[in-house]
Every structure is written in C-alpha cells, then in structure tokens.
Unconditional design. Structure first.
Length: 89
C-alpha cells in the first residue's frame, strides 16, 4: 500500500510511535489499520443494533395504539364533546 501526500510531520509522528513501541513502521501501520477497521466494524454493528431497537420501539408503540389511527385529540376535548352531547339530549 502506498499513501501519497502524507504530511511529513504526520509521517514523523507515526514513525516515532512505531519506534516507541519497538515495531517496524510497516508493522505499526498494519496494527493501527487493523484497529481502525475493527472499530468501524463495531460502529456499523452498533448502528444496526440502534436501528433494530428503534424499529422494535416503534412496533411496540404501534401495538399499544391498537387498530385505530392516532387522531391526536386530547382526552379533555373528548370528554367535553361527550358531555355536550349528553346535555343536548
């Protein structure tokens, strides 16, 4: 693999980190790239879990709502309408 246009300061920091760990530059970069790939895999899996949880939460909310659509009418308004209807009888 070849990385073009890598900032010389970044290159120097990476080489210094490899030396500090007693690794060759190639081995250090291989380990770091592996670590990054593993973190990305975990982030993708976490996103899947969050999406599944959101779907389950929505399904639970839908099942509690029953077969009727949510009309977004406050219960106080419903009570007032029923009372008005009773008083008009």
């Amino acid at each position: 693999m070849q990385v073009r246009d890598l900032d010389p300061a970044v290159d120097a920091r990476l080489k210094g980190a490899a030396t500090a760990k007693g690794l060759s530059y190639s081995e250090y970069l291989r380990r770091e790239l592996t670590r990054i790939a593993e973190r990305l895999r975990l982030e993708e899996r976490w996103a899947e879990v969050v999406a599944l949880d959101a779907a389950a939460t929505q399904a639970a909310a839908d099942s509690r709502r029953g077969p009727f659509p949510d009309l977004e009418i406050a219960s106080d308004d419903i009570v007032a309408i029923v009372r008005k209807g009773r008083s008009e009888r």
